[in-house]
Every structure is written in structure tokens, then in C-alpha cells.
Design a protein around this ligand. Sequence first.
Ligand SMILES: *Cc1c(COP(=O)(O)O)cnc(C)c1O
Length: 951
Amino acid sequence: MRTDLFASRHIGINEGDLQEMLKTVKAESLDQIIDETIPSDIRLAQPLQLSKAMSEHGFLSHIKALSSKNKLFKSYIGLGYHESITPSVILRNILENPGWYTAYTPYQAEIAQGRLEALLNFQTVIADLTGMELANASLLDESTAAAEAMSMLFDVRTRAQKKDNVVKFFVSEEVLPQTISLLQTRSNPLGIELVIGNHGQFEFGSDFFGALLQYPGKYGQVYDYSTFVAKAKENEIKVAVAADILSLVLLTPPGEFGADVVVGTTQRFGIPLGYGGPHAAFFATKEAYKRNIPGRIIGLTKDADGQPALRMALQTREQHIKRDKATSNICTAQVLLAVMAGMYAVYHGPKGLKYIATKVHNHAKTLHQGLLQLGFESLNTAFFDTLKINVTDSDKLRAIAEDKGINFNYIDKGTVSISIHEATDEQDLNSIFTCFAQLKDQKESLSFSEPFDEVIPIALSRKSTFLDNEVFNKYHSETELMRYIKKLERKDLSLNHSMISLGSCTMKLNAASEMLPLSWAEWGNIHPFVPLDQAQGYQEVLHELEKDLSTITGFAATSIQPNSGAQGEYTGLMVIRAYHKSQKEDHRNICLIPASAHGTNPASAVMAGMKVIVTKTDEKGNIDIVDLEEKAKLHSENLAALMVTYPSTHGVFESSIKHITKIIHDHGGQVYMDGANMNAQVGLTNPATIGADVCHLNLHKTFAIPHGGGGPGVGPICVAEQLVPFLPGNPLVKTGGSHAITAISGAPWGSSLVCLISYGYIKMLGEQGLTNSTKIAILNANYIKERLSGRFDVLYTGENGRAAHEMIIDCRPFKQNGIEVTDIAKRLMDYGFHAPTVSFPVAGTLMIEPTESESKTELDRFCDALLAIRNEIDLAVENPENNPLKNAPHTMSMLTSDDWAFPYSRQEAAFPLPYVSDNKFWPTVRRVDDAYGDRNLICSCTPIEAYIESE
Ligand SMILES: *Cc1c(COP(=O)(O)O)cnc(C)c1O
């Protein structure tokens, strides 16, 4: 075995396994399987033109060398991004720990109580600091969170109340520029009219449904918004406030002056800058809007024994249920980063946070006083951490500062702002001060002379307490926090325990060598708005990644700005929209979507201002071409796009795909391909070949970024030539096409830090490793299909009876025995496995996707488990209400209880197959009660004790 070949570590199947598996699937060779699976007319003629595979060791040297091309300046740029200190205990035990980063979104609550608790902590931190009633478990970034606030307020005021003339949204000019750009993107297709202006001069018209304010303002001024909010209330205008989370430790929280929604980022709670992301944004609001909140909320419920248990509450699968009626397309969010930010608050507690905020504030005051003494004019009358200074010649200051390795925010010729952060120390203050002294040709140094006058008005200084719960007041030593993190980690089943065969989600290996560079300061500590010459390492990685993704998809260009798959969908459709507009065909607004599509597809189409027409699926699970053609013809005049997933969500390479894309083109539409299933294509076929014009990729599926328990994600779009000019831009840093649409994410290159993972993945696998990964992913799925055959029905296959990289098994027939698909999902936990995807795209089924990273041994264990469960299903007829499936999962406390009232043994319950006892995973709660949790929504820490008492 070649130990320097990464492919042999990434792919779980070795040569010996391969021969055995080929026998099982009745094929002579791997290529025969592929030929029988992928239609010949869409196979690539040439191998992908990618650079030669690097060894892991070689990659680490390469990425180290690139990292030194990033210049580690001290950045005081602010604008929503601040250097912060990641506590080492959190870095090592969460960010660098596969137990945390390889987990999936916690849909299977019984084996996810750890991250659910961590997210509940996050929600509590947010609700407490913002002064709001409830918060969700993270959004993508501050700018998208602000856009979500705008859409939610539009929905509750204008759409729900049918006030068609109330379409204006006021945006203060103090709002961050990248947020304003994003609001421009999002408002237009929804028919919202943005009015940007000075909040002090705003006239509260009856045609406004909402307003957005920034607190403190973009250059640091702390405004008293209470009069504004009161007047807005009188006029039925709802107010959203984008707030700086650390400032809320010292400032009156927006909830206390009447805000309806508070959004922002938690980046400065211990998350690396990472050249723009990923970071967890927050969204907090009033109880009254709990059913309208975008994203996921963690809530408390009880399990089968009446014990408290956590779960995702309410609109858990919002888009899947609401589809084109959904008001948000958020699916993947930023769970790993929310877990880290919540843990930062657990570690520091209210007293630690106060210390940090006060230190930052005092440093800003010291600098302020020093600059006044030097004779500079300060333009902020009240501030928390950011000074706005009149300098007359900012170019000269810039030259001086850059020479010393310092970045300020140069607002215009005569003004700069300086944002102090957690990592700023007295030496840094002196360096900043020296720049300004030099600007005046003086040689002073800063004197630290406390006390100073207060610069936060009494009315705006926080009086209420926060984080009073126990969890924020007991884990302040490293030993205690390390053990708390471990305690939570042990409750969760991640890829470091067993295979997670979630169809459509591609839970493959997230290799350690791909992850290591994320911890390095040269990648972590770069502000997204630094001059390009300070981020050359990043520029090389990001451009090379974009180039490779274009090669893989066969397209002309790529934008990595969108930070989730659903954001990619939205971006792709907005780019299509811009293209039609450029052709003077603005009227094209019909989007055809097959019935089997992922729920984010219709949700994204509606957000992009399109009208969704659903097309039928035939009995074989393929697109019904007659129906498609009819609808394309009927809407020919206004056809904007088709959204199609390939291979289909049914796990099949439809052989008529080229015909389908041609029909759309013939009627003037563009073809959008949902690339979630790209793991079945890489190196063998591609979206350009099937006739698509644009696709998104989920780098957190196909390209090895870990799921992080529900994020981060990266959802780049790759586009054909005619769409290149419209790729999204950024108001502060040039990126995107020549006629770029406005921003999709706050940062120019989205979640740059985690793009290193996909870059490493491609560079270490190379053309052959990537293509082999695809082949083995397809082999593994067909192997499982063969092993289960006769006992489970596979719903759909291709023309030669092969599955693609995933398959759907039908569990509906088991209803005869009283067994539901959920019972099987929960029973798998007793066998040590996470359930496959439940009830998508077909209700009552499981969708299994093994990926290439699993070994034959693991695939066999998984099949053994499913086959054993199948026997249990047969036996369940005898006692449909009381059997191992209905009672699953079984907890340790059930097993060790003195009472055992079940008609099967404890052994059968918890150790149903021999392999289980060697590596037992214990679900920590019994089956959770979903309906109870939704009826009694409790989604922050405080009431837990109250809840337990009342039980
Ligand atoms: C995962 C997935 C999406 C959404 O991607 P996110 O990153 O979660 O937003 C869209 N379509 C399909 C088919 C998917 O599997």
C-alpha cells in the first residue's frame, strides 16, 4: 500500500474488498457498474484537468507556505468583524474535535442531546444579551440575518395582513455597507422598497412596514433609539436592530427600548476572523413571532419516560413542509460556530464578559483621550469600542500605519475609524497612538491616566443582569470546561463513532489534514476587508478553488460567496434573473420545479421573485417529460428556469436529462442544477455536459467540509459563460462579475476559512482520486442495495437496475405490522447507527447514502443491522405496540432499572448483534415527544429548572 497516497486513506474500500463486492453486485469490474449506472451520452470524454495529487505531508507543507503569504497585520477595521481570542480549551475540544465537527444537524434528538444543549446555551446568551424573549440557533451572517428580519417583518405585517401598499422598509445610513447591499439584493424580488436615510430625520409614513437600525452605528456612534422606536410603534412600523453582541454587555439591550427583532454576529465571541467567515449570526425576537422565525430553534420537551429532553422545535423542516409558502430558505446554518460562541459565554460567564467588554471599552477611552490630547478631533460623542477621528490626510496616516503592520478603516480622505477589540493590549494602543503622533510629526507616547469621563450616556448603560443561569456560572476553570464539553460530546453520535448514511447529505470523511490549517493564525486572523496584498495566500487558495470547481462542473466561472446550499440556489436564480433582464426579458419569472425537489428549491425560487410551477414525476420516479414539455410550452413566454437535481433526489441518473434541458432552452429558459448529488458526478459527468447553465455545490457535502452539527456550509455557484458577468459582488472589496448582482453574503468570499478544507480535498485527491471516489461511492450504494435485496424494496433504479450513489428503501409496507419509518430510525440507534434520511423525498422511506469513505466492514455492519431490524419487523406483528422497535431507543437507565416489563430481553434491547457490545453507543434520552415540545415551547436555559420542578 502506498502510504503517501491520500486517496487510499480517504476511500474506505481496498483492492481485496473491491473484488468481493463486485461479486455481490454481479459485475466484472468497477467500470462495468459505472457504465450501467451513468448514461453513456453524458460521460466525460476527457479526464478532468486538475493538478497532480499531493500527499498529506506535501499538502501540509504547501498550505504552510501559502499561509505565509497572508500578512498578519493588526486590524482595527471593525465593520462587523473584530479580532477575538478563541480560548484554547474551546479550540482544542470543539473546533479540532471530530466528535463535534463531524456531527449532523440534530434531527435525531435522542443521539444529539449534547449539541442541542450547547445550542440552547447559545440561544440563552442571545436572548439575555439582546433583552429579547427568544432566539434561534444561528443564521449565516449578520447581513443575511438582517435580510431575514426584513422578510419576516414584511411577512407578518404586509403579506399576512394583506396591506399591499405597505411595502417600504427604512434602513439607517448607519447600517453596515455589506448589509445594505444584501438588503438591496433581497428586497427587490419581494417587492419591498428600501429607503436609506438618516434615522433622526425619518418621517414615519404609513407605507412603511419596518426599519433597520445599527447599534452602535457603523463607525461606532452609540445612538439613543428609544424615541425612534416609540414613534415607529405609534405608526405600526416594526423595528429591527443590528447590534454588536459584546457592546450589549455594557449598553441597554435593544429589547429594553422596544425592538421587535435583534440580529448580529457572534464572531467576537471567540471565533476566528477567517477572512470573512464562517461565523454564527443570531436572530432574536418576541414570543409573538415564534412561528415566523427563520432557521432552527432548539426547544425543550419530554421523552417517553416524561424526562426533559431537547429537540429542534416548530418549523424544523420549514421549507420541506411549506415549500413555496416558506418565507425563508435557511437550511444549513452555523451550528459549530454557535456552539463555540455559546461555550465562550459559558467559559467566561457574566463576570468574564463584563471584564472583556470593560477592558475593550476602557482601551477605546484611553486612546480617545490620548488622541484628543494630540489635537485630533473626535467625531463620536458616545462610543463603546470604535472611535471616528478627523485626520485631514488619511492617505498619509495609511502609509504610516501600514508601515507598522496596522490597518484602520479609512472612511474618506479626512476620516478614519478605529475599532478596539478583545486582543488589543496596551502595547497595541501605544502603536496606534504612535501612528497618529507621527501624523502630527510628534513623538509622544500614550499615558494611561484613569479615570475618564463616562462616554456612554446613563440612559444607554446596561442595568439589567444577564446569564444568571447555573451553566454560565460554574465552568470557569479549564478542567471544568473540558469535562463539560466532553460530557456533551459523549451524548452525540458523530462520524467518529459510526457511519452516518444520510441520503443527499454525503457524510464523508473530513480528513484531519484538511482541517489542521484552520487552527493557524495566518488563516484565522485575517479581516475580510484588508487590502488584497495582505491576503495573497487566501487569494491564491480561493481562486484556485474556484478554478478547480469550474473544471469539475465544466463551467466558465465560480463564485464561492454563498455560505450554504440554499444560498447558492438563491444566488443562481438571482444571476439567471439578472441575465434575463440584460436580455430585456424581465418578464420571465416562471420557475419549473419537479415535485421531488428539495424544499429549499421552491423556497429559494419564491425569494428570487419567481413563480413556482410544479412538474410531475412518473411512476419510475423520473421527471414526467410529457408534463414538463406541456408546462414549458404553456409558459414559454415567461419561462425563467427549471430547477433540477441530478442525479435525481430519487437516486437515479435519468437518461433523458439532455432532452429535458433542451426543452427548457428551446423555450428560452435557463437550467439550474441543484448540485447536492455532485458526489455521483465528479470526474464521470458534469452539469455543463447535461446541459445545465448554473449549479450550486455543497462543499459541506461533496467537498469534505464537515457538517459541524448543522453548519458551517459553503454553497458556491458555478456558471456558464453567459451568466459570468452577474456573479455576486461586495460593496467594499471588488469581487464577482462585470455586472455583479449585489451581495449574497456579507463577506466578499463568504466563509473563506473553511474553503481551505475543500481546497485540500481536491489537491490531495487529484483527478484520479476524485474520480475513484465517485466510482466507489456508486459501488458502495449498489453493494448495500444488493445486500438488502429481497428484504427491503428499493424504490427507484436506473434503466439497468442500478442505484446511483444513494437509494431509497420503502418502509411503507411495514405499516401492516404497525411499524413506521420512525421506529426503524430510532431502532438503528440501539445498533449504534444514525438513521439515514427519513421521509425525503418520499414519505415513509429511508434514503441511504454510504459515500466512498466507509469500509466494507462498516457497510456490512450497517446492512446486518438493517436486516436484523427487518426480522424484528416480522416479529412485531405479534405485539405491534410493545416491541423493540416501538420502544426504541433503549437507554442505559432502562437497561439497568430494577423493572423490566418488556416482552423481550435486555440483551435483545441493547445488544441485538454481537458487534454492538464491542462499541456500544448509549442514547441518553428515550424517544422524544415532538408534539408536546411544540405545544409548550421553552427555548432558553432559565425555565429548564422551572420545567423540571413543575413536572
Ligand atoms: C442539502 C440540500 C440542499 C440545501 O443545502 P444547505 O446547504 O443545507 O442549504 C438543497 N438541495 C438538496 C437536494 C440538498 O440535499
